[in-house]
Design a protein around this ligand. Structure first.
Ligand code: ZN
Length: 440
């Protein structure tokens, strides 16, 4: 892989058409929506970095991972987020991964025995704060729940919250106290409260990335719990926005090898339990949820498949059985669903290539290269313009040793909240519903 990459022009790969188009509009001094990323993985991980970074490898999260021959022409992903367009102008960044932001000469402030991974001596956390201060922006950096809870969205236009040395904990393990971390839904709500102040709307990507990791461990109970946490975030987004002017997209970038089987599974049978029948070949019980590959192969013994009789298969740490041994389970290759709600939802139907999704969202949000479509058609045409795609909230998935699904959304700003105003006078953060302005 690296050999092939070595011949490629480093960092000439195009980032997401979404935020690239957004950055282009910004440079043209076109009024642009606010933007945000929420994830429970590292902010420099696969899914979030695709929104702002150009890199031949997703693993170049800090300079230590960038090959020497590429140093002169390619910044690592963390530096791109702090220094480059569109990263440096993303309003809300909430997630994990401090290790890629601090130098090897410094220890992490929470995991005191862990050093940063940067070899260039730079502290990008300080650099992010300095950049916003230099530009006289209302910005805050936080790294635990107490600080996060203290952020007043009315007075904050830029928020960087990095709550973990690496990924954030699974929800079932999360420290919910003041020294712990905010939940996915708490981060989603705070992000929307900050972003919706912009009268030109917002784009927000929310990633429930730990869901993917649970599958890689063949831990179905943890995976399902993370799905429930994603549902909480989506429900919160629906409550804070209006479907008349906010496009909400929920999807994943891939599936996993988990199967939902059983010859006799009556209604009410626990999804994390056993099939009502035992195997008609080895006579042993088997769980309804199984994996095609992964660490669950450890249930296979020299004398055959392990007999799980008496096991608590609903335990949060139970590992489902897998057919093929692997250290970590792989992704799956089948199609995944895309759910869309709000203006432009009609663009998402049938079987589509995954890269189409970003273009469709950019089109609906009027930030694409053909962003005059709304004006051409006029409001009566019922085009995405009336879409008022003023703010979004979108969610997408993760990746390898990373994770899956998430949500996106666009929606309009609450009246009177002003756009990134310097005015410290508190204004009610009530979202404006049914906004009808033209946003292209
Ligand atoms: Zn993955």
């Amino acid at each position: 892989m690296l050999d092939r990459i070595r011949d490629d022009p480093p960092c000439h790969i195009r980032a997401s058409p979404l935020l690239e188009a957004h950055a282009h509009n910004r440079l043209r001094q076109i009024n642009t929506p606010s933007t945000g990323i929420v994830t429970n993985t590292r902010l420099t991980h696969g899914t979030p970095s695709a929104l702002y970074a150009r890199s031949p490898s997703r693993y170049w999260e800090d300079d230590a991972k960038v090959p020497v021959h590429a140093h002169a022409t390619c910044k690592d992903i963390a530096r791109q987020l702090v220094e480059n367009e569109p990263g440096r102008n993303i309003n809300v960044l909430l997630g994990g991964g401090r290790r890629h932001w601090i130098p090897m000469t410094e220890f992490d402030r929470e995991e005191r025995d862990q050093r940063g991974r940067r070899t260039d001596g730079r502290n990008l956390l300080d650099a992010w704060v300095h950049d916003k201060k230099t530009r006289d922006l209302h910005a805050e950096y936080v790294w635990n729940k107490a600080q996060f809870d203290g952020v007043d969205p009315r007075y904050t236009d830029y928020l960087l919250g990095i709550f973990g040395y690496s990924h954030l904990d699974f929800e079932v393990d999360r420290n919910k106290g003041p020294t712990g971390d905010p939940s996915l839904v708490e981060m989603t709500v705070k992000a929307i409260q900050i972003l919706r102040k912009n009268p030109h709307g917002f784009f927000l990507m929310v990633e429930a990335g730990r869901l993917d990791h649970a599958h890689h461990y063949n831990m179905a109970a943890r995976a399902l719990d993370e799905v429930a946490r994603l549902e909480e975030a989506v429900n919160a987004a629906l409550k804070l926005t209006d479907a008349s002017n906010t496009l909400l997209v929920v999807t994943a970038d891939h599936s996993h090898t988990m199967t939902f089987g059983g010859a006799s599974v009556p209604r009410g049978n626990p999804v994390l339990g056993f099939d009502k029948e035992t195997s008609d070949l080895d006579g042993k019980p088997y769980t309804t949820l199984l994996y095609g590959n992964g660490p669950g192969y450890a249930h296979t013994t020299p004398t055959g498949r392990q007999d799980l009789t008496g096991f608590n298969t609903q335990d949060i740490n139970f590992v489902q059985q897998a057919a093929v041994p692997r250290k970590y389970e792989t992704h799956g290759g089948e199609d995944v669903p895309v759910y869309a709600y709000g203006p432009g939802a009609h663009l998402f139907s049938g079987t589509i290539e995954q890269t189409y999704i970003a273009h469709a969202i950019a089109h609906a949000a009027c930030i694409a290269e053909d962003n005059n479509h709304a004006h051409r058609r006029g409001p009566e045409a019922g085009s995405p313009r009336s879409v008022g795609v003023e703010r979004w909230l979108a969610g997408v998935d993760v990746d390898d040793s990373a994770s899956p699904p998430t949500s996106l959304s666009l929606s309009p700003p609450p009246p009177g909240e002003g756009s990134l105003s310097r005015d410290r006078t508190p204004t009610p953060p009530e979202p404006r519903l049914n906004g009808g302005a033209t946003f292209c």
